[in-house]
Design a protein around this ligand. Structure first.
Ligand code: SF4
Ligand code: SF4
Length: 254
């Protein structure tokens, strides 16, 4: 029997049109490829769908509305029937220029509203489009972010294990990325940025030859991820603000 996962995320665009300090997907540090090809996601979903049913598939980034084929991507995700609901998580700034096809295809939008970034008229426009198209719209006001990084160099194994054991993301943030499944998005993002002596997929499970047993064993494993040494979750909070690419690392690290 396939495993049921309530939520799975895919970062379909690594880049973003904002530069949020402590963006936990680390978009201000994003490196190419910035945009995930449709064929990659289709193949990942078809393989993952052999072993898992997804409650909600969230397309995010970065900013998913920057994807040139986002309409087609949403339609493709829905057509695989791997997930009950396909959602996008967006900062809302580009929703005013989305096509009619987009509004007809997407069924759920989670719109994060950052201080001063969206006008009242922009929010009303999205609310109206959502109502007309029977879209489940969730508006999330953002005020605080937690510092998402720590310097993992001097971390003791005990501290890292404690962080892993007490990680609030649990199994709720499973992520697919270029042929691998990860327990959390950070496990796919941190290694290529900071673990230069490791493979960028060190914390993931390959979708090649994946079985339900392998997936269950991976998700339930108590073995700490390499990424946990560099990750910080909900420990120190700061007021949301944007920063420069040069200052991002310093301001986002504990
Ligand atoms: S809008 Fe979201 S993805 Fe973009 S930089 Fe801010 S937190 Fe990151
Ligand atoms: S890297 Fe470790 S601490 Fe960070 S979200 Fe993933 S499991 Fe949790």
């Amino acid at each position: 029997m396939r495993m049921f996962l309530p939520q799975v995320e895919v970062g379909v665009v690594r880049a973003c049109n904002q530069q949020c300090c402590s963006c936990n997907h680390m978009s201000p540090l994003a490196k190419p490829p910035f945009v995930m090809p449709l064929s990659v996601l289709r193949q990942d979903l078809l393989r993952f769908g052999q072993v898992a049913e997804i409650g909600k598939l969230s397309l995010l980034g970065g900013e998913p509305c920057l994807h040139p084929d986002i309409d087609e991507m949403i339609a493709m995700c829905r057509s695989t029937n791997v997930a009950k609901v396909v959602s996008i998580v967006t900062n809302g700034q580009l929703l005013g220029r989305m096509s009619e096809r987009f509004w007809r295809t997407i069924r759920k939008i989670e719109m994060d509203v950052y201080p001063g970034k969206l006008s009242g008229a922009q929010i009303v426009y999205v609310q109206n489009k959502a109502r007309e198209n029977h879209i489940d719209l969730k508006i999330v006001p953002i005020g605080k972010f937690y510092k998402c990084l720590r310097s993992g160099k001097d971390e003791t194994l005990e501290n890292v294990q404690w962080r892993f054991d007490h990680c609030p993301t649990g199994h709720l943030c499973v992520c697919l990325d270029y042929g691998y499944v990860y327990r959390c998005p950070q496990a796919s993002i941190i290694p290529p940025l900071f673990l230069h002596d490791q493979s960028s997929t060190v914390d993931g499970l390959s979708l090649d030859g994946i079985t339900v047993e392998k997936l269950k064993a991976y998700l339930e494993s108590k073995t700490v991820l390499k990424s946990c040494a560099w990750c910080s979750v909900a420990e120190v909070f700061l007021d949301w603000h944007e920063t420069t690419r040069e200052n991002w690392l310093k301001e986002s690290t504990l």
